[in-house]
Design a protein around this ligand. Structure first.
Ligand code: NFS
Ligand code: SF4
Length: 661
């Protein structure tokens, strides 16, 4: 095995302190022994740039780059005269453009696939969920009664294409937005046209010498972000459900212990479900299974990571090895016979680590190649041609394994796959699927409110810890938690996505969970599936009793360990949709500036949501709960909660007295 020289500092990182994931810790110890470096080491040896961290620099032209002073933000301007507010707003805009582009391009790939399937040009995939097809079509006004599936599908395709290409007018899913929320957007001029147009315009406006008013830039930030949340991401989710099936709850195994020493282990990491779906076909192909056996393996073990893994476990129960900050660590087990990736959140550092352990790192998407990785292009017209080839490579690596293998013996279980359709069904029962019981339980106070806790892990904070502590605080205070992305994996490893975890919830939430048999933390899927949270929020508004717009609901969102530009875009579309959204780690902004005041207060005054920031999970929980309580008060349902909790306490006491007697 080729060794790599690594740690810049002799003593290195304090492994016990960089993560609460025991498997990752164990692998970091092994990596140290093996002389292998990971992002944890690099984060420790490279301090974040203090000026960039505050977004106080601009490199949008060659008169600069210009650096302003965060301590005296109005003491200086760029060479062109750009103020701190312009510079920060433009930087923010560029993050939203990039993050939104990632989700919308992913959605577009799903739509391309959908079109080719309907036209019969691609035959390896099919419409798996025609009921969902009809529901989505109906939701945007397409006639379905008495029509052929194929005709409905073609109409749906043509409508949804407008999500991207439409030059003028509102995107199709704007029809799903609660009336009053949509009215606010119209008034502000932020209802999105096609995503291509919005992203193009945002890139234009953030160019040197164009939009130099932070309020105007922020408006286009909202419009572009909404083109992601209610556009590209929503298309990605809905089309994936139609093609691959709508998730319903399944029990899944998570953590590195899902790797099997005596099997050919293949990891799929990235975001788009089509590659993984075909991989699932290939690993079950009898000739390949036989080839694995001939090589001395007892079988082929397919495992997911990050959002690809989430797409697969909510639909097929495929096990999951870990989140973003564990992708290098998992290679250190030596047990991975191939890691195959498509797009997004794929650290270039994986190439070096994979090389150290003789694991083939395989890129598959023309958009993403990595120096030092092999490229086997995935072609949807013959999808299994490439996935078969990857399996063969993995079998050959298994046969020639030289790396010392050490698999952490940790496996956690969780129940995931709570699509908004399922939440509807679960709470309402099969004959009266509806959000009424959720709204009722919020109104009567058993459930205080709903929080979405989502997003990445980040080596600048202790991996998983902020997610887990925040969620524990929230459920303890009767806040129902919805989850997507890497956050969901953190909570599964902590054991909070099982119905038994209801015991950690406050008395009201606990009672609801026990009655329904659901966990207090509902895993919904990948990051594009944050769109499911938007749909659930709209359904809650339509159900009635909780106000007229999303901004009226007692809900809040958080990305406690975020790192990506996609996360910033998601944050902005939640804020623009009316949700108070709190981020952790760091926030790219200088406090006490006009732009800061706009994001953290002004947007709410315009009828939207607003941003919040705290790196501390307990403070974050406090801020979210204070917001939820403020909304309850505005809705006039704050007293109901006191009554119901008092009732429950009384009943419990009576029960205890009765038992003693
Ligand atoms: Ni979301 Fe998925 Fe994870 Fe963050 Fe990356 S995998 S799209 S961006 S790191 S949650
Ligand atoms: Fe400096 Fe203005 Fe050029 Fe930015 S656009 S680098 S602030 S001169």
């Amino acid at each position: 095995m080729e060794k790599q020289k690594v740690l810049s500092k002799k003593e290195g990182i304090d492994i016990g302190n960089v993560t609460i994931c025991e498997a990752t810790k164990q692998m970091l110890e092994k990596a140290r022994k093996d002389g292998v470096e990971t992002a944890f080491d690099r984060a420790a040896s490279m301090r974040a740039c203090p000026i960039g961290k505050d977004s106080a620099c601009c490199k949008h032209c060659a008169m600069g780059p210009c650096r302003l002073n965060a301590k005296d933000p109005y003491g200086k301007v760029g060479v062109c005269g750009a103020t701190i507010d312009t510079i920060m707003a433009r930087n923010f805009a560029r993050m939203i453009a990039a993050g939104g582009a990632a989700h919308t391009d992913h959605g577009m790939s799903m739509l391309d696939l959908f079109r080719e399937v309907i036209k019969g040009n691609i035959t390896d995939y099919e419409i798996k969920d025609p009921i969902k097809l009809e529901e989505v079509a109906t939701s945007i006004g397409i006639e379905v009664d008495g029509r052929e599936t194929k005709d409905i599908a073609m109409d749906l395709y043509e409508e949804l294409e407008r999500t991207y290409t439409q030059v003028e007018g509102e995107i199709p899913f704007a029809k799903r937005v609660p009336e009053k929320t949509l009215e606010t957007w119209r008034k502000l001029g932020i209802v999105p046209r096609g995503a291509m147009r919005e992203i193009m315009e945002l890139m234009h406006r953030s160019h040197m010498g164009v939009d130099q008013h932070y309020e105007n830039i922020t408006r286009q930030c909202s419009r572009t972000a909404l083109a992601d949340g209610w556009g590209g991401s929503m298309v990605a989710t809905e089309i994936s459900d139609i093609l691959f099936g709508t998730p319903s709850p399944v029990s899944v195994e998570v953590n590195m212990g899902v790797l099997k020493e005596d099997q050919v282990n293949i990891i799929v990491h990235g975001h788009e479900p089509n590659l993984f779906e075909s991989m699932l076909v290939s690993v079950n192909e009898p000739t390949l299974v036989q080839a694995a056996k001939d090589a001395g393996a007892s079988g082929i073990n397919l495992v997911g990571m990050c959002c690809s893994g989430l797409e697969m476990f909510v639909r097929h129960g495929v096990p999951h090895a870990g989140n973003f900050m564990s992708t290098e660590a998992v290679l250190v087990t030596g047990a991975v016979d191939a890691m195959t990736v498509d797009v997004q959140c794929i650290k270039q550092g994986l190439a070096k680590v994979a090389e150290c352990y003789g694991t083939p790192l395989i890129t598959t998407n023309p958009r993403c190649r990595i120096e030092g990785a092999q490229h086997i292009e995935f072609n949807e017209h013959h999808p299994t041609a490439s996935t078969d080839e990857i399996v063969i490579k993995a079998i050959s690596r298994f046969k020639n394994r030289t790396a010392k293998i050490e698999i952490p013996k940790i496996v956690n279980k969780g129940v995931h796959g709570f699509s908004h359709e399922y939440i509807n069904y679960m709470l309402g029962g099969s004959f009266r699927a509806s959000y009424a019981p959720l709204n009722d339980n919020i109104i009567n106070g058993r459930i205080r409110g709903v929080a979405g806790v989502v997003g990445c892990t980040n080596p600048r904070v202790k991996q998983d810890w902020v997610h887990v502590e925040l969620v524990k605080e929230l459920i303890k205070k009767d806040v129902l938690v919805l989850q997507t992305g890497c956050s969901q994996i953190a909570l599964t490893k902590a054991g909070l996505t099982t119905p038994e975890a209801a015991i950690l919830a406050g008395p009201g939430l606990q009672e609801v969970c026990e009655t329904v048999g659901m966990p207090p933390v509902l895993g919904i899927g990948a990051c594009v599936d944050n769109s499911r949270i938007l749909i659930a929020a709209s359904a809650m508004v339509r159900q009635g009793g909780l106000g007229d717009s999303i901004a009226d609901l007692p809900v809040a969102g958080a990305a406690p360990e975020y790192m990506s530009e996609k996360a910033i875009c998601i944050g902005q579309y939640f804020v623009a949709s009316g949700v108070y959204t709190v981020f952790g780690v760091t926030f790219p902004i200088v406090e006490e500036t006009k732009f800061h005041k706009l994001l953290f207060e002004g947007l709410e005054e315009q009828g939207l949501g607003k941003w919040g920031f705290s790196p501390d999970p307990y403070e974050m929980a406090r801020m979210m709960i204070a917001h939820i309580d403020k909304k309850r008060k505005q809705l006039g349902i704050d007293k109901a909660r006191d009554r119901v909790l008092m009732d429950m306490a009384d009943r419990r006491e009576m029960g205890a007295a009765y038992q003693q007697a």
